[in-house]
Design a binder for this molecule. Structure first.
Ligand SMILES: *Cc1c(COP(=O)(O)O)cnc(C)c1O
Length: 426
């Protein structure tokens, strides 16, 4: 079967989408990305951002000139400082001062490093608090730390996004060493009030570690005004750094000399090229580095950050809300009658840049959207379809088109043939 890929000018909301696109101050940013097939509506930028046009040239420059010609001399011609330099470029997006952010390792490894540093820096306190909205992998990392160090991990059952804050705050007590949460929840898109949770954590004498993976680049974060202690996050989602690009970590200035890196490898040493057998930590944020920076995957992160910085994080957030609210109007009009529910908060103030729709047949619908509809969402078990609204390249017309294609798939039953489909990555 073939699907009417649109546009669908007769369907409700079409004129509104065109009008919103005409008035969109960020509309021109779409041209900064490689859009190989204009029929594809890409709604998975919250998992893997699109390829910025500047990135292939940047990678070519790093490979051919810096590596090919510069050889090992390139470490002294900029590579050695690159993780700090790009960290400083990223810091304004998350409300961090220069010298508090580095690009290093993966989010999982950074979480492990900073969570371990925090609990080892709180002797006598025996509990780590997280919640059931967190990315399960983060919970595995925290459980591993708790097991190794003989601590208790409390995974707070939030039950409902709306009461998550109260439930988490109620679990923080005098025994708590660390509270570690995702700022924006990966499944529902619920976003915590960072200031409220950070203050409550500090009132009990504990520290807080925020995972910003689903916020950074789409949602303005102000770590320092919230008083946050520690943070980590991905660069390959809304920052468009490329598959597996290295992650970032933040350690507030006054904690940098107080906490210890649990993987004190040579890049965290004060004088790595002395090759002294005794470890002496570097001063500043460098102390939280580990081993050699993966330059080929680090370099494109700068291009991704630059696009976000040029657009301005507040303008990005405004469009993100606009796209989300438009999607919800379209959902009510066209998708609720077909059995789609909402897995995200209705209040845009409490929602990141993706919207989760729920449906009993979400899995075959997701497959049909990709295979027949050229709409790329992702599926999160058991019943969520996540629609990522990356404001730099998703248009209002994209949202209209995606909803119309979903409507046609479900109303014709076209998805039922994908019921038995399997896929390693969902
Ligand atoms: C995407 C994501 C990760 C991914 O971690 P990796 O180490 O890059 O695989 C971790 N935590 C959260 C909250 C995420 O959204």
């Amino acid at each position: 079967m073939s699907l009417d890929l649109g546009p669908h000018p007769d369907a409700d909301g079409y004129g509104e989408a065109l009008e919103l696109d005409r008035n969109d101050p960020l509309a021109g940013f779409r041209d900064r990305f490689v859009i190989d097939d204009p029929e594809i509506v890409y709604l998975d930028g919250n998992s893997l951002g699109r390829l910025p046009r500047r990135t292939p040239g940047l990678v070519r420059e790093v490979v051919e000139r810096q590596w090919g010609r510069g050889l090992i001399r390139s470490w002294n011609d900029g590579w050695w400082e690159l993780q700090l330099e790009i960290g400083d470029q990223l810091s304004p997006l998350i409300g961090a001062s220069p010298g508090t952010v580095i690009i290093s390792d993966s989010t999982s490894v950074n979480l492990h490093k900073l969570a371990t540093a925090a609990v080892e820096g709180a002797p006598g306190r025996s509990k780590i608090v997280t919640d059931d909205l967190n990315f399960p992998s983060d919970v595995y990392v925290l459980a591993g730390i708790a097991e190794t160090l003989g601590l208790e991990l409390e995974v707070v059952s939030t039950g409902d996004n709306a009461t998550a804050e109260q439930s988490v705050i109620a679990a923080i007590d005098e025994d708590t060493a660390l509270v570690s949460l995702s700022h924006t929840a990966f499944k529902s898109g619920f976003t915590y009030d960072m200031t409220a949770v950070t203050s409550a954590t500090h009132a009990s004498g504990a520290r807080v570690l925020w995972d910003l993976s689903h916020s950074v680049g789409a949602f303005p974060v102000d770590l320092e005004s919230a008083g946050a202690d520690l943070a980590v996050g991905c660069t390959y989602k809304y920052l468009n750094g490329g598959p597996g690009s290295p992650a970032f970590l933040f350690v507030r200035q006054d904690l940098q000399e107080e906490l210890n890196n649990p993987i004190p490898a040579w890049w965290a040493h004060a004088r790595p090229f002395d090759f002294d057998l005794d470890f002496e930590p570097a001063s500043g944020i460098r102390r939280f580095h580990t081993g050699t920076t993966p330059i080929l995957s680090l370099a494109p992160v700068a291009a991704g950050i630059a696009d976000v910085a040029d657009a301005g994080i507040d303008a990005i957030r405004e469009k993100s809300i606009g796209l989300g609210e438009y999607l919800l109007r379209q959902w009510r009009e066209h998708l609720v009658p077909l059995g789609f529910g909402l897995g995200s908060p209705l209040d845009p103030e409490r929602r990141g840049s993706h919207v989760a729709l729920t449906h009993d047949e979400a899995w075959p619908i997701a497959r049909a959207m990709i295979e027949l509809g050229k709409v790329i969402p992702d599926f999160r078990a058991p019943d969520s379809l996540r629609l990522g609204l990356a404001p730099l390249y998703v248009s209002y017309l994209d949202v209209h088109t995606a909803v119309q294609r979903m409507k046609e798939i479900v109303s014709t039953g076209a998805h039922t043939r994908y019921e038995g489909a399997t896929s390693a990555v969902t």
